[in-house]
Design a protein around this ligand. Structure first.
Ligand code: MG
Length: 281
């Protein structure tokens, strides 16, 4: 794979990504995939999907898990509903992530990723140790499938994330860095965070956003790439500095407006290509 291939976040029947056909039309060579629904995660479907990717000349670089009952309505709701943090659903979601890991292996994909949820900032709480433990179990399962686990950033500051990864003590635990999420959740300046996380960043989202008036309390606003406060050129310059050469995966979470989503992804791909030429060639 060439350095910094363009990518896009895609969905089959679940999640907020674009359809695979859009990646193909826009000649985007790599994708991340939102894991399809449980009933469709069969070996036959895996085989068909692989054939389709091969025909289209597209490489799958990560599979993202998501769960029934998650809601991103506002920040307090995210705390209560997202990822492996909520205790009520933890066991069944761990089981589902293991199944997603097994399905991803059928797709020949060596990265699974997820929003872990809001890890408590107070590391002396029992909940903190429980989240460390469930993450270890998931990493160990992924390891048997020769996979790494990437944590999507946003809910944690860079410092908290570094501490959490160190405490988990697993060699296949890394980061999917999303600069816009840091702004949306109000957890820190993305470029500074990226420098701190450095070589733990093994996949990235290219997404942009505007800060909220009350960072950390209400959402910022997701906007088309280049129109927000990430500073995309500084973002790519920093990725270059930390030695990241993997896919630049565009994420634009407006599936309710598919035509606009397609156009804005096309525009984002153009912007990333021109910055790649400027910074790498
Ligand atoms: Mg993201």
């Amino acid at each position: 794979m060439a350095d910094w291939p363009i990518g896009v976040f895609t969905s089959i029947d679940a999640g907020l990504g674009v359809k695979l056909e859009v990646a193909h039309e826009l000649e985007i060579p790599t994708i991340q995939l939102h894991a399809p629904q449980r009933s469709t995660r069969t070996p036959e479907n895996a085989e068909q999907f692989l054939l389709k990717l091969e025909e289209m000349g597209i490489e799958l670089t990560a599979v993202f898990g998501g769960f029934e009952g998650e809601s991103y309505a506002d920040i307090p709701t995210v705390c209560k509903t997202v990822g492996l943090v909520p205790a009520d659903t933890r066991a069944e979601r761990l089981q589902e992530m293991k199944e997603i890991s097994d399905f991803s292996r059928l797709l020949g994909c060596d990265v699974i990723a997820l929003h872990l949820g809001f890890v408590p900032h107070d590391t002396t709480l029992a909940l903190y140790s429980e989240v460390v433990e469930v993450t270890r179990i998931l990493c160990d399962h992924a390891s048997q499938n020769d996979q790494a686990v990437h944590l999507e950033t946003g809910q944690e500051t860079a410092e908290s994330l570094l501490k959490f990864i160190a405490d988990t003590q697993r060699e296949n635990l890394f980061i999917n860095f999303d600069p816009a999420n840091m702004i949306l959740y109000g957890t820190g300046q993305p470029i500074d965070a990226l420098k701190q996380l450095g070589t733990l960043v093994r996949s990235v989202h290219c997404k942009d956003a505007l800060w909220s008036q009350q960072p950390g309390e209400s959402w910022g606003q997701e906007v088309p790439l280049g129109e927000g406060q990430v500073d995309i050129e500084a973002y790519l310059t920093t990725l270059k500095e930390i030695g990241y050469r993997g896919p630049l995966t565009i994420e634009r979470e407006i599936p309710q407006e598919p035509e606009r989503q397609r156009q804005e992804i096309q525009h984002a791909a153009g912007l990333l290509q021109s910055l790649r030429s400027k910074l790498l060639d």
